[in-house]
Design a protein around this ligand. Structure first.
Ligand code: NAD
Length: 489
């Protein structure tokens, strides 16, 4: 793949000529380059998107767009192995996880094909109004050019979560993948061209957040911003959007709790707690990174968790049986190691806590568990975004709920108990947009996804994700032969 942007259906060299290295996090070797986008590149992409949005694309029906979406889904599925391997080299995650991500991305395009068809059926739905002389209906139209800015933890999948609904809604778009993991997004551009997505509907500009990302957020031609990433960047994106009164949806960070009661099934708890914090190297916005465990089960659970954490195979995501790959970048690696050092001063280290022995290269860290973590510790409050679990114990249900909700974030929360009534009672009290009972992390694309408090604004996925990209229009018609009779008596 040439280091170019995908703009107006073609590959375009970066206007300022800048290139960025793409590093395999397992080897620290540069294996590709991407274009370093500037505001001039973003201008071109937004112009192309604006032109396409005013052309024949504007008159397509949802059913026509569903055909395009299904074609993208089929192409992704057909190239699943190659795309997954590219994701592993770019991001570091184990291959089975990458294969799952690529399948989910294809599923996402298929799902939004269905929603695009349903959109046709929902156009012009009547709304009952209390004056029979009027007939009111509701119609939907695309919000316009959408700016989509995504992170590095699920590179193609996070792009799919936004590109698929934007296309379904009839928008045109400019996508900026993370500078650390742009390669599968560029492959998506190629796929769009190959399956006949009209030029200018999908544009992809790579580059640094402060350059290409900020230019998209500020561009007056972009009417919708859909952002996934960290809280500080979300604030910058929202502020830029506010200056142009753009519609902004934000999927931000988290520090999600998993509450475990004494009556929970111990082995089930071990499985879900490990999955909740070590899957994708803990680089998961909804990772259940705070374990809040009742004091009766705590000693046995800690013993089992430590024993299992020590067995996790660390290595290159391409190697068989690896469950923990490298972190995505040197920056992330240093950040996580820094938190491990902070944790050693704040709490009691049970296992891990540094770089695993025997690795000469690569951004590898150990699965790490800290116990007796105080509620004011930085490792309890701040998002680490790595395989680091912080544990605290509780006595009463009331105490557990208070500890769980005592966070500036509100993305996800989990509860594990043999008493389903209690689990549901606790679930109702969680201040989180996503709640799991007796599990952690399973994610389907039909329900809404998003957070409360500083975890974000709005919801993605399902039909909620489609509405992100739609303007809603009421059409009210005077349908009576009788004169209105206000001025003309
Ligand atoms: P980040 O905020 O550093 O970057 C996200 C994207 O924003 C990247 O494409 C980046 O280039 C771009 N960007 C950076 N500065 C920008 C600016 N000034 N203007 C516009 N764009 C800019 O986040 P990250 O490190 O890539 O991802 C990790 C974060 O994402 C974590 O906090 C994680 O919780 C969050 N996340 C949230 C969800 C969710 O669904 N809630 C999902 C995945 C990741």
């Amino acid at each position: 793949m040439q280091p170019k942007h995908f703009i107006d259906g073609s590959w375009m060299a970066p206007s300022a000529g800048g290139l960025l290295d793409v590093i395999n996090p397992a080897t620290e070797q540069v294996f590709a380059k991407i274009a370093a986008g500037t505001s001039a590149d973003v201008d071109q992409a937004v112009e192309a998107a604006t032109r396409a949005g005013r052309g024949p694309w504007a008159r397509t029906t949802g059913r026509e767009r569903a055909i395009v979406l299904r074609a993208i889904a089929s192409a992704i599925e057909a190239e699943k192995q190659a795309l997954a391997e590219l994701e592993v080299r770019d991001n570091g995650k184990p291959l089975p996880e990458a294969l799952g991500d690529i399948s989910d991305a294809a599923y996402c395009f298929n799902l939004y094909a269905t929603y695009a068809e349903e959109l046709d059926d929902n156009q012009g739905a009547p709304i009952a109004v209390p004056d029979a002389r009027f007939k009111t209906t509701v119609k939907y139209m695309p919000v316009g050019v959408a700016g989509l800015i995504v992170p590095w933890n699920y590179p193609l999948l996070m792009a799919a979560w936004k590109v698929a609904p934007a296309i379904a809604a009839g928008c045109t778009l400019v996508l900026k993948p993370s500078e650390f993991t742009s390669l599968t997004a560029l492959e998506l551009g190629r796929i769009c061209a190959e399956v006949g997505v009209p030029a200018g509907v999908v544009n992809i500009v790579t580059g640094l957040g402060g350059d290409a990302g900020a230019a998209i957020a500020a561009h007056p031609g972009v009417r919708k911003l859909a952002f996934t990433g960290s809280v500080p960047t979300g604030i910058a994106v929202a502020a830029a959007g506010a200056r142009e009164i753009k519609s902004v949806s934000l999927e931000l960070g988290g520090k999600s709790p998993i509450v475990v009661f004494d009556d929970a099934d111990l082995e089930q708890v071990v499985e879900w707690v490990l999955f909740g914090i070590f899957w994708n190297q803990g680089q998961v916005c909804s990772a259940t990174s705070r374990l809040i465990v009742q004091s009766g089960i705590a000693p046995r659970l800690m013993e089992r968790l430590v024993a299992e954490a020590k067995k996790i195979k660390i290595g290159d995501g391409m190697d068989d049986g690896v469950l923990l790959g490298p972190l995505v970048s040197r920056q992330q690696y240093e950040k996580v190691l820094g938190y491990m050092e902070i944790g050693k001063r704040e709490a009691h280290l049970l296992c891990g806590g540094g770089r695993p022995a025997g690795f000469n290269a690569g951004y590898f860290v150990e699965p790490t568990i800290f116990a007796d973590v105080p509620a004011d510790a930085r490792i309890w409050k701040e998002e680490i975004f790595g395989p680091v679990l912080s544990v605290a114990t509780f006595g009463t249900e009331e105490e557990a709920v208070r500890l769980a909700n005592d966070s500036e974030f509100g993305l996800a929360a989990a509860v594990m108990s043999g008493d389903l009534e209690r689990a549901e009672r606790v679930a109702d009290r969680f201040e989180a947009g996503v709640v799991w009972i007796n599990c952690s992390q399973p994610n389907f694309l039909e329900p809404p996804w998003g957070g409360m408090k500083k975890s974000g604004v709005g919801r993605e996925l399902g039909t909620w994700g489609l509405k992100n990209f739609l303007e809603i229009k009421q059409v009210t018609a005077y349908a009576s032969k009788e004169p209105w009779g206000w001025y003309l008596k």
